[in-house]
Design a protein. Structure first.
Length: 403
């Protein structure tokens, strides 16, 4: 199968499901139904949190916060994604023509389509983009599979604990739900209980699938940008070789400057789309890591069992989620530094003064690294990931001392 887009079929299906793929019929209705279902579940989740918000029920409170906060974070991500997808209409003052300005998501998807149409007829460019697209497809499929599997195992944790209690002869007749939730009506009677269990199980899997699609999207967009940067680096090498043989490379310099500007615009749109998401991801994940870390410590002091395994698995999944954002930002920054190195290593000093100045401008602009920020306050990188984990560990130690 020949790869012809950085966006994998599984990611495209996910974007269609979320209603952000261009020209989707009834997208607004689908979004309204989905966000309404999440809000309904959130109401019952916070009812449980408020009902167990006491020091004596810290175990239940801490156990209920991670999925509750994860749902809240999903709402914020979806609203941010949809906000950057809608169309805004504006009227040009001079010629009084109504112009439709595509929002960030549409601009990004249009840029991807344009880049592939331009590179498909050039073997070297197509090879570079195909290599990046193959990695992006693999990461997208792996993220979706991992999140769904992690979601299933996490949801089955309480039932595994119940089976262990029954095997040990405990008289525990409670009927747990897949997540910690409190209904304002009697919900443990059949067949209402079985129906709610199935609905909640599928809904939580849908939430984990949504998270996987958004994580796969940021990875895919970063790999697409890196592929375009590789093409520019290849252009610099080609320009140097042609300068050595023919003494002229002006047309190549003009082309790569245009490509560089497109990569900068693409990166800025990428940051605009994910900046607020990343900020909320850092804040929410720090809280969740603190809750799960405290739960792991208290579980270790009590006994090693299925509940501890479930908590450790959830802790690992949360760390992977924040690592994805930080790794994407780190990778984009590294590729932008490689672009500056490629421009400097070209034979710019042997070019004409005009072309040499253009290359120097590329070098100067490349000093400002392309990056993904968390609300514009910090760049996402592996160093930022380490700082988040250190801060979370410090908070966990404080909470454990208080507990």
């Amino acid at each position: 199968m020949i790869v012809t887009s950085t966006i994998s079929p599984s990611l495209k299906s996910g974007l269609r499901f979320l209603g952000v793929w261009p020209n989707m019929p009834h997208a607004a209705i689908n979004r309204l139904i989905y966000i309404s279902s999440i809000l309904i579940v959130q109401c019952f989740q916070y009812l449980y949190v408020f009902a167990h918000c006491s020091f004596g029920e810290l175990q239940n409170l801490v156990d209920s916060l991670p999925p509750t906060l994860d749902y809240s974070l999903t709402i914020i991500k979806l609203l941010t994604l949809w906000k950057n997808h809608r169309r805004d209409n504006a009227t040009e003052r001079d010629i009084s023509i109504k112009v439709t300005h595509c929002r960030v998501v549409r601009e990004i998807l249009a840029a991807i389509d344009t880049d592939w149409r331009e590179c498909v007829n050039i073997d070297e460019y197509f090879r570079l983009m195909t290599a990046k697209a193959s990695i992006a497809h693999f990461c997208s499929n792996a993220m979706v599979s991992f999140n769904v599997t992690a979601g299933v195992l996490y949801l089955l944790g309480d039932y595994a604990v119940g089976i262990v209690h029954v095997a040990e002869g405990d008289n525990n007749i409670s009927r747990p739900f897949p997540i910690k939730i409190l209904f304002p009506f009697e919900a443990e009677q059949s067949p209402i209980y079985e129906l709610l269990v199935v609905i909640l199980f599928l809904h939580v899997l849908l939430n984990t699938y949504t998270v996987a699609i958004l994580n796969a999207l940021i990875f895919t967009l970063v790999f697409h940008a890196s592929g375009q940067i590789d093409i520019i680096c290849q252009d610099f090498k080609t320009a140097s070789e042609k300068l050595s043989h023919y003494g002229s490379s002006g047309h190549i310099i003009n082309i790569l400057i245009g490509r560089h500007n497109k990569v900068i615009t693409f990166s800025e749109n990428l940051d605009q789309l994910f900046s607020f998401m990343a900020l909320m991801q850092v804040f929410w994940n720090t809280l969740v890591i603190c809750c799960l870390g405290l739960l792991v410590i208290t579980s270790v002091h009590n006994e090693f069992g299925v509940g501890l395994v479930k908590t450790i698995f959830a802790y690992s999944a949360i760390m992977v989620e924040i690592f994805i954002f930080c790794f994407a930002g780190e990778y984009l920054s590294i590729k932008s530094r490689l672009l500056a190195d490629a421009a400097y290593e070209s034979l710019w000093y042997n070019m004409s003064s005009d072309h040499g100045k253009n290359v120097l401008f590329v070098i100067m602009r490349s000093q400002k690294q392309l990056s993904i920020t968390a609300g514009g306050m910090m760049n996402l990188s592996l160093e930022a990931f380490a700082s988040i984990m250190k801060a979370s560990a410090s908070y966990v130690s404080v909470l454990h001392a208080m507990y």
